[in-house]
Unconditional design. Sequence first.
Length: 267
Amino acid sequence: MSRIKACFEALKQNKRTALIPYVTAGDPDPSVTVPLMHAMVDAGADLLELGVPFSDPMADGPVIQAASERALLHHVSLTHVIDMVKQFRQQDDTTPVILMGYLNPVEVMGYHNFAEQAAAAGVDGVLTVDLPPEESDKFLPAMQSQQLDVIYLIAPTSTDQRIKVICRDASGFVYYVSVKGVTGSANLQVQSVDDKLAEIREFTSLPIGVGFGISDAESAARVGKHADAVIVGSAIVKRVCAHEGDLAAIKEDVCGLLSSMRKALDE
């Protein structure tokens, strides 16, 4: 059983919602990433989403775009990100790790080469933002050959027909983008999210994670009432940026946010 499936099954048995924080690998410095990953798990994270820096992150707002730019100043590549997961696995062989990014770096490495290296390092899933199911005919088999879950995005504007196509190829969980816009958007409408989750559940039995627009304990708790997972990115990356160069301060601020979210979700 994959780590992602095992994690969600354990959470379901305990009637808990998954908390999935996102950080950009190598931001603000490569030495920060692995210690921060461990700290986030200690603060209540159930799965980790690790962003692969990219020069043109089209689905991301200015906060995560800037994080990619800071990481790229240190020449952080996909190979470096995979190595960070390998380092993380030296102490943690349980927490699922998902790589989130764009197709170009994977395509340059080669689908099968990437899948082999990622799986060997301990990566559990891949979310490639700009790769739709219709164009995954070579990508999907390569990931499946290494038992890597392929996670797809569903938008507020996705039709039933579109949701059906996405859920057909998805594994691990599906990621519902809760707002119309890029990461960091602030117009979260919880009732609309709830309605869409009910619609998505008609087409899949996979867990559904909700991200974009979740910034504090209150919004996490409200979304967590109906979602299987709450995904938080920009709110964490802002805190990483605010304490650039001070690992202790980054940990304290980020973990304070996650702890408050974990508490709110559990209550």
